[in-house]
Design a protein around this ligand. Structure first.
Ligand code: FAD
Length: 299
């Protein structure tokens, strides 16, 4: 690893070691960026490394190809803390670094007696990744709490984007549509003053409910498919099509929650895609519903 306080480069990082589903070859390099000084140096570093630069959080929503990938992973180092910017009526504005773990943000919010994020308890990954995916659960989406995001691209530098210009819909944001590197550097969230104990209790209740219905400790990338409609859950459609617990080449749809695709050991991207395709075809046949992938397939 070559490093300075602002930027660090790791050569040939393994995606299998960096993704929660434990699959994938090696990328060209991984660049960790610290603060605004790191961003200033990023374009020159990316030019030197070559390949396609992609924002990378904690790898909890990515299924990467088995072969080596012509990609450079760019991640925010995430060592900074959140800052409380002030109050507006009954809203408290907080700025959060994109590289911070979502679980750390939830713990900090509870310590500061701030409410709003409780439903996101148990979602792994980084704050930047959560905004890119508009992650959500229990009726809460991070996009619904967003005031603005500071987004970096090599062409435009660091730009502030208002939430209404972020195209935030179900598991989607404008970040996904961008061509070239588009990195969420930090976000400003709108939270509410709350009771620290009540916030903690609600987070624990959401976490418990999740743990009872989802295989949180298994190697997965979360929900494989998006729900095709609010009243049509992908997990239920997969179950009805006979895919709950279905296995292929080291991969399996979880017996606990049919929409979680698990790497049971020795699984590959090739086997994962084959099983996903079989499932999609079966659901189309049995229910007429077209399933769309939620997980990001790289490259
Ligand atoms: C056990 C488990 C449970 C899960 N439960 C849920 C759930 O309940 N709800 C839910 O919505 N998701 C869930 N997920 C999916 C996943 O945790 C979320 O999508 C998460 O927000 C991804 O964050 P990440 O940092 O890991 O992103 P990554 O997986 O690293 O990246 C995902 C996408 O975001 C982009 N990205 C990452 N960081 C940035 C950044 N700083 N700037 C710009 N783009 C970026 C990447 O380019 C990629 O396109 C679950 C996953 C697992 C493994």
């Amino acid at each position: 690893m070559t490093s300075s306080p602002a930027i660090g480069v790791v050569d040939a990082p393994s995606l299998a070691e960096r993704t929660s589903i434990r699959i994938g070859g090696r990328a060209i390099a991984e660049v960790s960026v610290e603060g605004r000084h790191g961003l200033e140096r990023l374009p020159e570093t990316l030019k030197r490394l070559g390949g396609e630069a992609r924002a990378f959080g904690r790898g909890s929503n990515i299924l990467a190809a088995d072969a080596d990938l012509p990609l450079v992973l760019v991640r925010m180092a995430g060592r900074e803390d959140i800052s409380v910017l002030g109050e507006e009526g009954d809203t408290v504005l907080v700025r959060v670094p994109g590289g911070m773990r979502l679980s750390t943000l939830l713990a900090r919010a509870a310590a500061l007696k701030l409410s709003g994020l409780e439903g996101l308890a148990g979602i792994p990954g980084s704050v930047g990744g959560a905004v890119a995916m508009n992650a959500g659960s229990f009726g809460v989406e991070i996009g619904g709490l967003l005031r603005k995001a500071s987004v970096f691209s090599p062409d435009r530098g660091l730009v502030e984007v208002d939430a209404q210009d972020m195209a935030l819909t179900y598991r989607h944001s404008a970040v996904q549509d961008a061509t070239g590197l588009c990195l969420v550097h930090d976000v400003t969230l709108e939270l509410r003053p709350g009771n620290g104990e009540a916030v903690r209790e609600k987070m624990a209740a959401c976490m418990l409910k999740k743990r009872q219905s989802q295989p949180l400790d298994a190697a997965s990338a979360g929900s494989a498919f998006k729900n095709p409609a609010p009243d049509a859950a992908a997990g239920k459609l997969l179950e009805e099509a006979g895919f709950k617990g279905k296995k292929l080449g080291g991969m399996a749809f979880s017996p606990l929650h049919a929409n979680f695709l698990l790497n049971e050991g020795g699984g590959t991207c090739e086997a994962a895609l084959e099983l996903l395709n079989l499932a999609r075809e079966a659901v189309q046949r049995t229910s007429g519903q077209a399933l769309e992938l939620e997980i990001r397939v790289w490259p």
